[in-house]
Design a protein around this ligand. Structure first.
Ligand code: NAP
Length: 543
């Protein structure tokens, strides 16, 4: 079992022991007391006594670490003082379970190495109750170029019970090397990626038999960049349920840190009646095509990752169709016609891509309007979402007018959708943006980022409140923007007693359709909608 360890940056022994008690309540197996601040080698006995007290009074088994500033810690005293602390911890009656020291420290002096060997349990050691050694290596900038050589040196150290490697991952692909190291380990090993790309290595440690993963008590208390909180690991990613056979899914995009998709899909996997052995992660891939292609193929091809599918969001939806064409993956006809896909799934026959955005938009509007055939609908915007929405509506037989700030793009979009129409009987034309508010349409669909929190114009609406009285009575207003739930457009429509469809409905429908493709079963009734709305009302997460 992979242990869940809470690191505690220790200012006073009392505060550290209180934090450890909380970690125990939250389900941690182990705590790491980082005593770099508490231990002041110059004051001698007093701070050593405080560290001994941590070990003897700890409510959980513990690691004690005094990390030097050379490896990302705060201790800047001489090695001798630090070794004196470790010697004291090695001979006390209630020692910590583990001491952590860096390989680079042992490399500096044979004398230091000898003293550390005497302090810890190892095959040649006579006394039984000593702590075990975690031998560690950190690089806060990158994967060390001499990683394999340094690992060889760590393996040669027979007093090390556990090897720990942590470096800054600069791509999701770096995690795959960390997984390979875990697969090939000859003794317990910790292999973790730092930074936002490394989250995957922290969550999937149990899949590859990692000795432990670190999780902070609170976002403000992380001891390494990219560290999740214990609540995220337990409640969002269901860390305890992850094992060697767990299938891996995720949301690919840039940025993805605040995506709502992990919340809904992980909850779905663990809902009664589904109980899939699967986990869903944020998978950040930088915007360029080369990054997308190289990273996604590496994930798909890894023999032990069990990568099984992904949601794909901005800016990679077109990239997914391009890659599928290059690799001869199956492409659903709608995604082929739109030229963009938001879903990748591994099937019995290989990889397959689909677009669930377009049907989600059409279904959302159909629920509000009853039917779509021959209805006059204004699509506002001419970007990727407008293309998906317009295609789906024309397929359903609607008459679509595209209104866009840049008229040429509206005309190009209308021409492309017309040329690729499926024979659903719908029509599409471009219309002048300035005539939008006087349009005699039965529905208006905002596919611009106007009104989006964090977007270019969060307080604006494509139909200003002052113009709402010109919108035909009984019209439906559909805003694809879902953060906030109540955009300026939705607020103005409600003030004028118009029927509304919000962007959360489209988000939930596209996610539910993905879930069906991922698992073969329906998403639990109402679950995605409830979680999405709770989160958007509570914290204002990004799409
Ligand atoms: P996109 O490709 O960048 O297209 C944006 C469109 O909005 C362009 O046509 C652009 O006009 C127009 N626009 C941008 N700023 C404008 C402004 N200040 N005034 C007037 N028009 C403006 O974006 P997209 O991928 O289509 O996404 C559009 C929106 O859809 C997003 O903001 C997001 O909130 C929403 N969305 C919702 C869901 C969902 O599930 N509910 C999913 C994805 C996206 P120009 O052509 O003139 O540049």
């Amino acid at each position: 079992m992979t242990l869940l360890c809470v690191p505690i940056l220790t200012d006073t022994a009392d505060a550290a022991l209180r934090a450890a008690a909380l970690a125990k309540i939250k389900g941690a197996d182990l705590v790491e007391y980082r005593v770099d601040r508490l231990f002041d080698g110059a004051s001698g006995g007093e701070s050593i006594a405080a560290c001994l007290r941590l070990a003897s009074d700890s409510p959980l088994p513990c690691i004690v670490t005094c990390r030097t500033n050379r490896e990302g810690g705060e201790f800047d005293g001489p090695d001798d003082e630090r070794v004196a602390l470790y010697e004291a911890l090695g001979v006390t009656d209630h020692p910590p379970r583990y001491l952590d020291i860096e390989q680079s420290t042992l490399d500096r002096s044979a004398n230091l190495r000898q003293k550390i060997r005497l302090a810890v349990q190892h095959p040649g050691q006579l006394r039984e109750s000593r702590p075990s050694l975690i031998l560690s290596m950190h690089d806060f900038d990158r994967r060390p170029p001499d990683l394999i050589r340094r690992l060889g040196a760590m393996h040669a150290e027979d007093s090390a019970a556990v090897l720990k490697i942590a470096f800054r991952t600069r791509s999701l692909r770096d995690n795959l090397e960390l997984f390979d190291l875990l697969i090939e380990r000859d003794r317990p090993m910790i292999a973790l990626g730092m930074g936002e790309f490394g989250l995957m290595s922290r969550i999937l440690a149990p899949k590859f038999g990692g000795f432990l993963t670190f999780a902070s008590l609170h976002p403000s208390e992380v001891t390494a960049p990219g560290q999740p909180t214990i609540d995220e690991l337990m409640d969002l990613y269901r860390f305890r349920a992850i094992g060697p056979a767990t299938r891996v899914y995720g949301v690919i995009g840039w940025p993805v840190a605040h995506s709502l998709s992990p919340l809904v899909h992980n909850a779905g996997f663990h809902a009664p009646g589904v109980e899939a052995d699967a986990v869903y992660l944020p998978l950040p891939i930088p915007p360029e095509w080369e990054h997308f292609k190289a990273t996604l193929l590496a994930l798909c091809d890894h023999p032990r990752l069990d990568f099984s599918g992904a949601s794909v969001t901005l800016p990679h939806k077109e990239h997914l169709v391009r890659l599928a064409r290059e690799e001869n993956w199956a492409i659903d006809p709608l995604a082929e016609r739109i030229g963009a896909a938001n879903t990748l799934v591994r099937t019995a026959d290989g990889w397959s891509v689909a677009n669930t955005d377009a049907p989600a938009a059409a279904e959302s509007l159909q629920r509000a309007m009853g039917w779509l055939k021959d209805r006059r609908i204004a699509v506002i915007g001419a970007g990727g979402v407008a293309r998906a929405v317009a295609t789906a509506l024309v397929d359903k037989g609607a008459t679509v007018a595209v209104y866009n700030r840049t008229k040429d793009r509206a005309e190009a979009l209308a021409a492309e959708v017309r040329a690729s129409a499926s024979g659903g009987g719908g029509k599409i034309v471009a219309a002048p943006y300035e005539k939008l508010c006087g349009a005699c349409c039965e529905a208006f669909v905002n596919c611009t980022p106007l009104g989006m929190s964090g977007g270019p114009a969060p307080d604006e609406s494509p139909i200003p409140a002052s113009e709402m009285e010109n919108i035909p009575h009984g019209a439906v207003i559909f805003d694809t923007v879902y953060n906030p739930l109540r955009t300026p457009l939705i607020e103005a429509a409600l003030d004028h007693n118009l029927t509304i469809v919000d962007g959360a409905e489209m988000f939930v429908r596209q996610a539910e359709a993905q879930f069906k493709l991922f698992t073969g079963v329906e998403a639990p009734n109402g679950l995605f909608d409830r979680l999405t709305r709770e989160r958007l009302r509570g914290s204002g997460s990004m799409p």
